[in-house]
Design a protein around this ligand. Structure first.
Ligand code: ZN
Length: 502
C-alpha cells in the first residue's frame, strides 16, 4: 500500500529536523567547550549543514506534495494534528519561496559583515561607523517585506518572523497601554521614600559553590537532568536537540551570586518548555514552540514572577544562607527580597529590573517600527535614542556604546525580535493569572517548594500543544481574553506598590 501523503511529509520534516538538531549540537559545543583553534572549521561545518537544511526544506514541495496537502487542509478533510503540521509547514515554505536566492545571500552576507562592524563601532562608541550597515539592513528588511507581502505595515513581516501572526498595530496597542502605565509608575518609584541599595548583596561567592547552588535550584524547580545539561558560557542561552535533550548555560560572576541564579531560573523556564514538547511529534510543528514571545513568557514567568517572589525566597533563602553564610547572615529575608527587586532606571537594557526593562524594549520597538515604516531615518537614531531615554526613563546615555549601539539584534538583521521580550512579559502575567484561578494560590505552593502543579499546568496548557495555536489564539484559548497589558500592570502595581509603599 502506498504511504499516506501526510506520512511522507512527516518523514521529510523529521529528516530535516535530525540535521537541524545536529547543527544545534555543534553550536552548543562551540559556545561551551570548543578550543579556540576550532572556530574556523566549526563555522564551516555549521554553515555547510545549515545550507543542507535550507536546501532540503525548499525542495520539500518539489513533487507538489505540500501543495496537494495544503489543498486538503483548505477542503477541511484532514485531522486536526495534520492540519497544524501542514498549515505551519506551508507558512514557512511560502516565506522561503517568495525570497529569491540572490536576496537571501545578500541579506546573510550583509548581516555577517554588519555584526563585525557593529562590534568594532560599539567598542569605539561610534555610531557613524555602523550607520551605513544599519541603513543597508533596514533597506533589505523593507525589500523583504515587499517580497513577502503585507496588508497594513511592512513591519508586520519582521514581526511575523518572530511572533507569527502578530501585527505592528496590535503590538503598538498593547505596548502603548503598557507605556502609559509605566512612565508615571517609574516616576512614583523614583520619588518613593523607600531607598534600596543593591550593593549590599555583592560579595565574594566562590564559583564552585555557586554552581552547586544553581544546580539545586534548577533541579528543584523541575529541570530534568536526565534530559538536559547545565554548563557555562559567556552569553547564557538555552538550546534543545530534542525534548529528551535540552541544554542551558549560565554565567557566573564572583561578586554576584544573584546574577547567576536569575539567569539559571530564566534558562530553566525556556528548558521546561522544550522538555515539555511532545517527543512523539518530533520534527513536526506539533513539537515546536509557538513563538519567541511565548518562549520568553515561560522564562520570564519563572525568573521574575516566581523566582523573584517573596514566597520563592521563603523556601530558598534558608538554603542560600546556609551555602553562603558570611554575607547573608546579617540580611533579613525581608531586606533581601526588597533588594533583589530594586527598581532603578539605567542605561543598559540587559541590566535593567523587571519594571524599567519594558521601557527599554518599548523605545526600541518604536524605533524599529518607525524605521521600517519610513517615519524616521537611521542617521537620526542617536538623537531619537536620547530623546526617548529622557522621556521614558529620565536619563541620558553618555555615549553611543551605552546608548544606541548596545544591542546586537539590529546588526544580526533581527528586526522584530526585541518586542517579543515585552510581549513575553504580558503573556506571562496573563497565564499566571489564569493558572492561579485553576490551581489555587501559587505562592502557597512555591513557599513549600512545590513546583509540580505549576509545571503540570504549563505543560498541559502550553508546552504539550506545540504550534497547535498561534500566540494570540493560544492566549485567547487559555485565558479567555485577548492579549492585553492589564495583568502585567496589575502585577507590577501590586508587587512594587508594596515594596516601595506607593
Ligand atoms: Zn530568554
Amino acid at each position: 500500500m502506498e504511504k499516506k501523503q501526510t506520512e511522507k511529509l512527516k518523514e521529510r520534516l523529521t529528516e530535516i529536523a535530525y540535521i537541524a538538531s545536529s547543527v544545534a549540537v555543534l553550536n552548543w559545543d562551540m559556545e561551551t567547550n570548543m578550543p579556540p583553534q576550532g572556530a574556523d572549521a566549526r563555522a564551516r561545518s555549521i554553515s555547510h549543514l545549515s545550507a543542507v537544511v535550507h536546501d532540503k526544506f525548499v525542495k520539500i514541495n518539489e513533487d507538489g506534495l505540500l501543495t496537494d496537502l495544503k489543498r486538503q487542509v483548505d477542503e477541511g478533510v484532514l485531522s486536526k494534528n495534520d492540519t497544524v503540521i501542514i498549515r505551519e509547514t506551508w507558512r514557512s515554505y511560502e516565506r522561503e519561496r517568495k525570497l529569491p536566492e540572490t536576496f537571501v545571500k545578500e541579506l546573510s552576507e550583509t548581516v555577517s559583515r554588519a555584526q563585525v562592524v557593529w562590534a568594532s563601532a560599539r567598542e569605539k562608541s561610534d555610531f557613524k561607523l555602523f550607520l551605513p550597515w544599519l541603513e543597508k539592513i533596514i533597506k533589505l528588511k523593507k525589500q523583504e517585506a515587499e517580497l513577502i507581502g503585507f496588508k497594513n505595515s511592512p513591519y508586520d513581516v519582521s514581526l511575523d518572523y518572530h511572533e507569527p501572526a502578530m501585527t505592528a498595530e496590535k503590538t503598538s496597542e498593547v505596548l502603548n497601554e503598557l507605556k502609559n502605565f509605566l512612565i508615571p509608575f517609574v516616576a512614583k518609584i523614583k520619588n518613593s521614600k523607600i531607598k534600596i541599595n543593591p550593593e549590599i548583596l555583592k560579595g565574594n561567592f566562590p564559583i564552585e559553590k555557586q554552581i552547586v547552588f544553581n544546580k539545586k535550584v534548577a533541579q528543584k524547580i523541575g529541570f530534568d537532568f536526565q534530559s538536559g545539561r547545565m554548563d557555562q558560557s559567556v552569553h547564557p542561552f538555552s538550546t534543545s536537540f530534542h525534548p529528551s535533550d535540552s541544554r542551558i548555560t549560565t554565567r557566573y560572576e564572583k561578586r554576584d551570586v544573584l546574577s547567576s541564579i536569575g539567569t539559571t531560573i530564566h534558562e530553566v523556564g525556556h528548558a521546561l518548555y522544550e522538555q515539555g514538547l511532545p517527543a512523539k511529534h518530533f520534527g513536526t510543528p506539533l513539537a515546536e514552540s509557538v513563538s519567541y514571545g511565548i518562549h520568553e513568557s515561560q522564562s520570564r514567568l519563572w525568573e521574575n514572577m516566581i523566582g523573584k517572589s517573596f514566597a520563592f525566597w521563603q523556601y530558598f533563602y534558608p538554603q542560600l544562607k546556609k551555602d553562603f553564610p558570611t554575607l547573608f547572615k546579617n540580611i533579613s529575608l525581608n531586606e533581601f527580597y526588597k533588594t533583589i527587586n530594586c527598581v532603578r532606571p539605567s542605561l543598559i537594557r540587559v541590566e535593567a529590573d523587571e519594571v524599567t526593562y519594558n521601557l527599554h524594549i518599548i523605545m526600541r520597538f518604536e524605533i524599529e517600527r518607525d524605521l521600517i515604516e519610513n517615519k524616521i531615518s537611521a542617521k537620526d537614531l542617536p538623537e531619537i535614542w536620547n530623546q526617548k531615554m529622557k522621556e521614558y526613563l529620565g536619563i541620558k546615555a553618555s555615549n553611543d556604546k551605552a546608548g544606541v549601539l548596545q544591542d546586537v539584534h539590529w546588526s544580526m538583521g533581527g528586526v522584530g525580535y526585541l518586542p517579543t521580550y515585552s510581549l513575553g512579559n504580558l503573556y506571562s502575567a496573563q497565564f499566571y493569572n489564569k493558572m492561579s484561578k485553576d490551581i489555587g494560590n501559587i505562592d502557597d505552593q512555591v513557599r513549600q517548594g512545590n513546583f509540580g502543579e505549576i509545571i503540570n499546568w504549563l505543560g498541559k496548557n502550553i508546552h504539550s500543544l506545540g504550534k497547535t495555536y498561534t500566540a494570540s489564539n493560544l492566549v485567547k484559548k487559555v485565558t479567555g481574553e485577548e492579549l492585553n497589558s492589564k495583568y502585567f500592570s496589575d502585577y507590577l502595581e501590586k508587587k512594587y506598590g508594596e515594596i516601595y509603599e506607593i
